[in-house]
Write a protein that binds this ligand. Structure first.
Ligand code: ES4
Ligand code: ZN
Length: 326
């Protein structure tokens, strides 16, 4: 049978997905019209033309300004509901989704509008297609630790709607240690912890070490650079830490999929998973990432199945719910 159909048919979990990175040009255009915002682009095609980048800086420069079209609770609802609809069609049964509240509260949108819209989409999608979804609150690491702490405090009334906290945006000069107090407080409040340790960042091995040893993360986002350090590989293995790899995103942000590293870690028995990161911007949802890695490096059916199973094993599903997928 057709490989794309096979991969789409595999039950999968998506563990590295930025909700704001699911803003398709069509929806951006529609929300701009609905909110009376004048975009510089006059057509959907022109918006699509702006979704072009060659590294993290050029990506983030398009990514954050695009979010201004998200203003009302129903805008956040529509964004998340459209994503969950696509994810369901892509064979995703469970998703743990990042959101960046500071990218919205920083321009005057109430925290309640952001999380209220996302939450109502999660409830509706679960009711309509049975997909389960959780939210991971990401702090912007290029802003201060104090601002992150204030955001954590703002999130506490909604703690039942948030499974964990993460760290994203520009890693350069912004090590995990900068947020030690924030993550310690988040842990005490009952949140699970993850952090981006991006590909080919300066000091990446030291950042990964801090995330594992000083912060005590429960998962690592990307984290592929552990291949450079045997001790980190063993630490990740010993702790049973999942890695959320994003091959197509890597090919945009670092000009390489990092397929040898990803498959090498998988073959060494680490909990490697494949994910989409910012699918509207990189043009690839979850199944496309499996297919891209297969096309680039070759993956037999056993490995594709193992990657799909890993996505559940590395998830934050409770043991009882996990059981149903393994
Ligand atoms: C991101 Cl590709 C990437 N890197 C860092 N932060 C991000 N947030 C959304 N996409
Ligand atoms: Zn990411």
């Amino acid at each position: 049978p057709d490989l794309a159909e096979f991969v789409r048919g595999l039950p999968k979990a998506e563990l590295h997905l930025h909700l704001e990175g699911t803003l398709e040009p069509e929806l951006k255009f529609r929300l701009a019209e609905r909110n009376g915002i004048r975009l510089p682009e006059r057509t959907v095609e022109e918006v699509r033309q702006t979704y072009r980048f060659h590294d993290l800086t050029s990506f983030l420069r398009v990514y954050y300004p695009a979010m201004q079209v998200l203003q009302q609770p129903r805008d956040f609802h529509d964004l998340a509901f459209e994503y969950l609809t696509r994810a369901h069609a892509d064979g995703i049964r469970h998703v743990e989704m990042f959101f960046d509240p500071q990218a919205h509260t920083g321009r005057g949108v109430p925290f309640e509008s952001v999380i209220g819209g996302y939450r109502s989409a999660i409830v509706q999608a679960h009711r309509e297609f049975g997909i389960s979804a959780e939210l991971i609150l990401c702090f912007l690491r290029d802003h201060s630790a104090e601002y992150a702490m204030a955001t954590l405090m703002e999130a506490l009334p909604y703690r039942d709607w948030i499974i964990g906290v993460g760290l994203d945006s520009d890693e350069r000069g912004n090590p995990p240690r900068k947020f030690a107090a924030v993550f310690e407080r988040a842990r005490r409040e009952g949140f699970l912890l993850t952090m981006h340790c991006d590909i080919d960042q300066p000091d990446s091995r030291e950042h990964i070490r801090q995330a594992l040893e000083e912060i005590g993360v429960d998962r690592l986002d990307h984290g592929t650079n552990i291949v450079e350090d045997e001790r980190l590989v063993e630490l990740v293995r010993a702790k049973g830490i999942g890695l959320t790899c994003c091959p197509v995103s890597n090919s945009f942000v670092t000009a390489q999929m990092k397929s040898d590293e990803i498959i090498g870690l998988l073959d060494r028995g680490l909990l490697v998973t494949l994910n989409s990161d910012d699918p509207a911007y990189f043009g690839a949802y979850a199944a496309d990432n499996y297919l891209a890695l297969e096309k680039h490096a070759g993956l037999d059916a056993d490995r594709l199945v193992e990657l799909a199973r890993n996505s559940f094993r590395a998830s934050w599903l409770t043991p009882a719910r996990l059981d149903g997928y393994l």
